[in-house]
Design a protein around this ligand. Structure first.
Ligand code: NAD
Ligand code: TYD
Length: 355
């Protein structure tokens, strides 16, 4: 069996990826996660008895630890999901974004290269360093601009997207200069089970369930492309198995929606699934609040390359994916409770003011 070193595998996308990979028996997984506020080891509870899942708490910026894990487990691939991932937090305090997203990725690359150089020629040919990135590195589009392709120049505009862009450039440089077999994926906005409720969709679901206001930034006409997390994980697998080293692949759902449309859709599903809620119709809870500084207006992804070269396409529509997502949050009140820590409450107070 192959061995993969997965970083950030206790977070939203990483845990969905690890659970999916283990349920399909794709590889033994060494899961390295620092367990920041966004990481939740309970996401991995069903792997507790799985001998082919090894959880290690640690930092991707810890050079000695990375070297030790690579030496001990000799992985066939490194998949880097670990990141600080929330734009609003990057505005509130950018330092950990630079540390994890830039310096951490650099450390993984340096140690990854050292490891790769020590492999046999056959092992070197099979090794992959897959870096999970975002469409936000391309900046913001106007209403009539074509969607981001892999050739769109980078123009990041938040501390988060700038840190991800810096990491992407380092990944590219490590391929170009040292031949490290890298792959980069740039994906649009994900939603689905286990997403930390600081992000738009889970925040709206949980606020609506409690009858709290649904804060839409600015005029709510900012556009994002939405992809169900399982579809993103399937694309990453496909890129890992069949992507060409040195290449980047844009991944998206071909599903551009304004934030108003997204929040109304969440409310519609809740109206249906919670017919006796005192807060029905839930969209009466919508409030328009101060805009995010530097708020990117529109993202759109052209995923022709991953579709035509690798045959990937999303399985879920926004309707089916959103329904699954809302149902998951309704069924997992215990999960919600476990992450609504003091730190979470502090963030909500800082960001949105006293309730
Ligand atoms: P997340 O914030 O839910 O999870 C990040 C995980 O990384 C957490 O488990 C956290 O504990 C861990 N982590 C943070 N710093 C670490 C460090 N220094 N060392 C080890 N682990 C650390 O993020 P997510 O939404 O799951 O995003 C995963 C990746 O996908 C990120 O690289 C993000 O940039 C990218 N991405 C996210 C989206 C999205 O919509 N969420 C879209 C495109 C790309
Ligand atoms: P978010 O989930 O933070 O993802 P990103 O900023 O990476 O796209 O936000 C998605 C969109 O929703 C973005 O345009 C900002 C907006 N938004 C709100 O309007 N209100 C909120 O409370 C949050 C968290 C986001």
């Amino acid at each position: 069996m192959k061995t993969w070193l997965v970083t950030g595998g206790a977070g939203f996308i990483g845990s969905n990826f690890v659970l999916r990979a283990r349920s399909r028996g794709l590889a033994r997984i060494i899961n390295l996660d620092l367990l920041t506020y966004a990481g939740n080891v309970h996401n991995l509870d069903c792997l507790r008895e799985d001998p082919d899942h090894v959880f290690v708490r640690g930092d991707i910026g810890d050079r000695d630890l990375i070297g030790e894990l690579l030496g001990r487990y000799r992985p066939d691939a490194v998949l880097n999901f670990a990141a600080e991932s929330h734009v609003d937090r990057s505005i509130d305090g950018p330092d950990p974004f630079i540390q994890t997203n830039v310096v951490g990725t650099f450390t993984l690359l340096k140690e990854g290269l050292r490891h790769w150089r020590g492999l046999s020629v056959a092992e070197q040919a099979g090794f992959r360093f897959l870096h999970v990135s975002t469409d936000e590195v391309y900046g913001s589009l106007g209403p009539a601009d074509p969607a981001f392709s892999e050739c769109t120049p980078y123009a990041p505009s938040s501390p988060y997207s700038a840190s991800k862009a810096a990491a992407d450039h380092l990944v590219r440089a490590y391929h170009h200069t040292f031949d490290l077999p890298t792959l980069t994926t740039n994906c649009s906005n994900n939603y689905g089970p286990r997403q930390f409720p600081e992000k738009l969709i889970p925040l709206m679901i949980l606020n609506a369930l409690e009858g709290k206001s649904l804060p839409i930034y600015g005029d709510g006409l900012n556009v994002r492309d939405w992809l169900y997390v399982e579809d993103h994980c399937a694309a990453i697998e496909q890129v890992l198995f069949e992507g060409r080293p040195g290449e980047a692949y844009n991944i998206g759902g071909a599903c551009e929606l304004t934030n108003r449309e997204v929040v109304r859709a969440v409310c519609g599903v809740l109206d249906e699934l919670r017919p006796r809620s005192p807060y029905r119709p839930h969209d009466s809870l919508i409030t328009f609040v101060k805009d995010r500084p530097g708020h990117d207006r529109r993202y759109a992804i052209d995923s022709t390359k991953v579709r035509s070269e690798l045959g990937w396409h999303p399985e879920e529509t926004f309707e089916t994916g959103l329904r699954k997502t809302v149902e998951w949050y309704l069924r997992h009140a215990d999960w919600v409770q476990s992450i609504q820590s003091g730190e979470y409450q502090d963030w909500i107070r800082r960001q949105y003011g006293e309730p």
